[in-house]
Ligand binder design. Structure first.
Ligand code: NAD
Ligand code: WQD
Length: 340
């Protein structure tokens, strides 16, 4: 069976994808520098799958170290998750974001070219649609003006990969634009484990539900939406992981050099609805207050899902209640996240 190199495979989405790849018969090699993850995740993956995956503690920006991974393994395809992803931090330290995200991608693609790896999947984001509110976003929607350096790294890397594909038409590239990944593995052994105070809604709600944080602030209740709060397309991380397996399969048979897919559910959920769903999952109230809008937020974002359904055969299986209950299970089993 073919071997998939998963960069950033110790991270949130990468670790869940490793499980789905394994369940579908793939061999896996994981690379991560643990910048935003912990070695314990490898033990958890072993508990879940019964397999210890080959692992390299390598920074993808270190090309010589990364080369060793290609040298020692017969890699058939790559899923490149490695990257920094905190929107606010990217505004404070933009050069670190550009350097890490773009250098790590370029090294990975250069080595893929050198070692004749013919399939590459890249973690892009709905953030590339910018501030447009012309929803649902289809893969043909124009790329927008990003509101932060993190978003620009995704936008730029998409362009880099399109340019690269012209020079190496044998490489098949898939750009996956994730909407809002949330939830955790059904075992409760792995989940989203942010360092410090979370920025994103679900990790924040989880900490409030678990009692570590006192209350949630809902950023704005005066948006032009049914209940005044922002609407997002939350997708269960296990569904997202399945989408990657489908993308790898698709790259084995597609005609085009670069393909683009949204990964979302196509359903919008408001912040108020998300809070209510979480309250149902955890069985108690989530203390919350309303605060001002957060700069850079758009009112509504959700995916057109037809293309992923038609071409990848991908449709999300889990709903918002499943997302909340899996989050809550992960939170209660790991109130302080994974041990160091
Ligand atoms: P994450 O931070 O949990 O995982 C990323 C992993 O990459 C971490 O384990 C980190 O240690 C590792 N990493 C970072 N830079 C590295 C480098 N130079 N070399 C080796 N390893 C490195 O994040 P995630 O939520 O799992 O996101 C995975 C990918 O998906 C990222 O590229 C992210 O930008 C993208 N994405 C995430 C979301 C989201 O909301 N979580 C949405 C859209 C896109
Ligand atoms: C969701 C909603 C907030 C926290 C981000 C990135 C995006 C992509 C996915 C990587 C918004 C509201 C949040 C809180 C709140 N990541 N909120 N109180 O901003 O849609 O997307 O993650 O590519 O690029 O920007 O997700 O979870 O931060 O926010 O009211 O304490 O929850 O205003 O409406 P977002 P989020």
């Amino acid at each position: 069976m073919s071997t998939v190199l998963v960069t950033g495979g110790a991270g949130y989405i990468g670790s869940h994808t490793v499980i789905e790849l394994h369940n579908n018969g793939y061999d896996i090699v994981i690379v991560d520098n643990f910048y935003n993850s912990k070695p314990e995740v490898l033990n958890r993956l072993e508990t879940i799958t019964g397999k210890r995956f080959p692992f390299y503690k390598v920074d993808c920006c270190d090309k010589d170290a990364l080369r060793k991974v290609f040298e020692e393994n017969e890699i058939d395809s790559i899923i490149h998750f490695a990257g920094l992803k905190a929107v606010g931090e990217s505004v404070r330290i933009p050069l670190k974001y550009y350097k890490n995200n773009i250098d790590s991608l370029i090294n990975t693609v250069e080595l893929a070219g050198e070692y004749k790896v013919r399939k590459l999947v890249f973690s892009s984001s709905a953030t590339v649609y910018g501030m447009s509110e012309d929803v649902p976003f289809t893969e043909e929607s124009p790329l927008g003006v990003c509101t932060n350096p993190y978003g620009w790294t995704k936008w730029m890397i998409e362009q880099i990969l399109r340019d690269y594909s012209v020079s190496d038409p044998d490489m098949k590239i898939c750009l996956l634009r994730y909407f809002n990944p949330v939830g955790a593995h059904e075992s409760g052994l792995i989940g989203e484990d942010p360092r410090g105070i979370p920025n994103n809604l679900f990790p924040y709600i989880s900490k409030v539900a678990g009692g570590t944080l006192a209350q949630l602030t809902i950023f704005g209740d005066d948006y032009d939406t049914p209940d005044g709060t922002c609407v997002r397309d939350y997708i269960h991380v296990t569904d997202l992981a399945t989408g990657h397996v489908k993308a790898i399969e698709y790259l084995g048979k597609c005609e085009e050099n670069v393909c683009v897919f949204n990964l979302g559910t196509g359903n919008g959920t408001s912040v108020k609805e998300a809070v209510a769903a979480f309250e149902k999952a955890c069985g108690h109230e989530i203390p919350h207050v309303f605060g001002p809008r957060r700069p850079g937020d758009i009112a509504v974002s959700y995916a057109a899902t037809d293309k992923a359904a038609d071409k990848l055969g991908f449709t999300a299986r889990y709903n918002i209640d499943d997302m909340c209950s899996s989050c809550w299970k992960w939170q209660t089993m790991n109130p302080d996240g994974l041990p160091d």
